[in-house]
Design a protein around this ligand. Structure first.
Ligand SMILES: NCC(=O)CCC(=O)O
Ligand SMILES: [Mg+2]
Length: 334
């Protein structure tokens, strides 16, 4: 008998610990609470309060005053942080995405308004150009459409500084350019933002699960080609560890794995290997598939939502960015 767990029936009956609620609760290895959730929120610069997103039922793009209400709600639900993503009016998009550097733009406005209303809620800002470029890529492109690494990184540095100046607690580069974490850290230090945190989208995969998000931020029709020259190949796992190691060395305070559920193995490897707060992003397509199957009565939506959120904890995630945060937060507070 070489098993490290010598167990014999009927001395050992694992079902004894499952026989009723109290013992299941007592022996539960993981628990999901509102403080595990990061509210993924799409904001827009128009007057309309709430604009529905077709491919993401019950999700709305919020204007600034609705975003402020949402920040107060996050506080009352004990949701520690909000990750904001902008839907930019197409008239303000161009080839270089320079609206991303506008200190009076949508994101700086939202940050200031939210921090005023709910200073105890952390604000996490997406650092990337895709909401701002007319071609929908996360960076500057050359004449062949190739996304330029170092030139893009220079813009991301400026974008991160604009966000930090507006009061963002965390800047979260989601672009997958090489070297941008070090460049952003250096610039934040130089500008006196020594306490601004960096959450690196370190292992972001070129995924089909982002479809509804591109609808939500209005970059779906704009996007030409795909993002495979900068986002990771879904076939790879060792490569994710190299990405994470580099970003930590360059100054990342937390790292992210994205998408979430299809990449739980990566969440596990990263959190075990590096012992750094590892955030999982339950992306738009993951949200949409649960909502769609639930609407047809094919699955119990609430139950599957909670099961997926808990599975991130089990895999080792310190937190989960999710479009379900408000609703799951309400259920968890009941
Ligand atoms: N930079 C943020 C995203 O790409 C979000 C993707 C999604 O929710 O599908
Ligand atoms: Mg990288």
């Amino acid at each position: 008998m070489t098993s490290p767990f010598p167990q014999q029936f009927p001395t050992t009956r694992l079902r004894r610990l499952r026989q009723n609620g109290w013992i299941r609760s007592l022996t539960s290895e993981n628990v999901l609470t509102p403080s595990d959730l990061i509210w993924s929120m799409v904001v827009h610069d128009g007057d309309e309060a709430r604009i529905p997103v077709g491919s993401m039922p019950d999700l709305y793009r919020l204007n600034v005053s609705e975003a402020v209400k949402a920040a107060r709600k996050a506080s009352s639900l004990n949701i520690p942080a909000i990750a904001i993503f902008p839907h930019i009016n197409p008239s303000r998009k161009d080839e270089t995405g320079r609206e991303a550097l506008n200190p009076d733009g949508l994101i700086p406005d939202v940050i200031k308004a939210m921090k005023d209303a709910a200073p105890d809620v952390g604000i996490i800002c997406d650092v990337a150009l895709d909401p701002y470029t007319s071609h929908g890529h996360d960076g500057l492109i050359d004449s062949e459409g190739y996304v330029l690494n170092d030139e893009t990184s220079e813009m991301l540095v400026q974008q991160a500084i604009v966000q930090a100046e507006a009061g963002a607690d965390v800047v979260a580069p989601s672009d997958m350019m090489d070297g941008r974490i070090g460049a952003i850290r250096k610039a934040l230090e130089a500008a006196g933002h020594t306490n601004t945190m960096i959450l690196s989208y370190a292992a972001k995969y070129a995924s089909g699960f982002y479809g509804p998000y591109r609808d939500a931020i209005g970059s779906a029709t704009a996007l030409k080609g795909d993002k495979k020259t900068y986002q990771q190949n879904p076939a790879n796992s060792d490569e994710a560890l190299r990405e994470v190691a580099m970003d930590i060395a360059e100054g990342a305070d937390m790292v992210m794995v994205k998408p979430g559920l299809p990449y739980l193995d990566i969440v596990r490897r990263v959190s075990e290997t590096f012992a750094i707060p590892t955030i999982a992003f339950q992306v738009s397509g993951e949200y949409a598939q649960i909502k769609a199957a639930s609407a047809r009565g094919w699955i119990d939506g609430d139950r599957v939502m909670m099961e997926t959120l808990l599975s991130f904890k089990r895999a080792g995630a310190a937190g989960i960015i999710t479009y379900f945060a408000e609703y799951a937060g309400e259920l968890l507070n009941d």
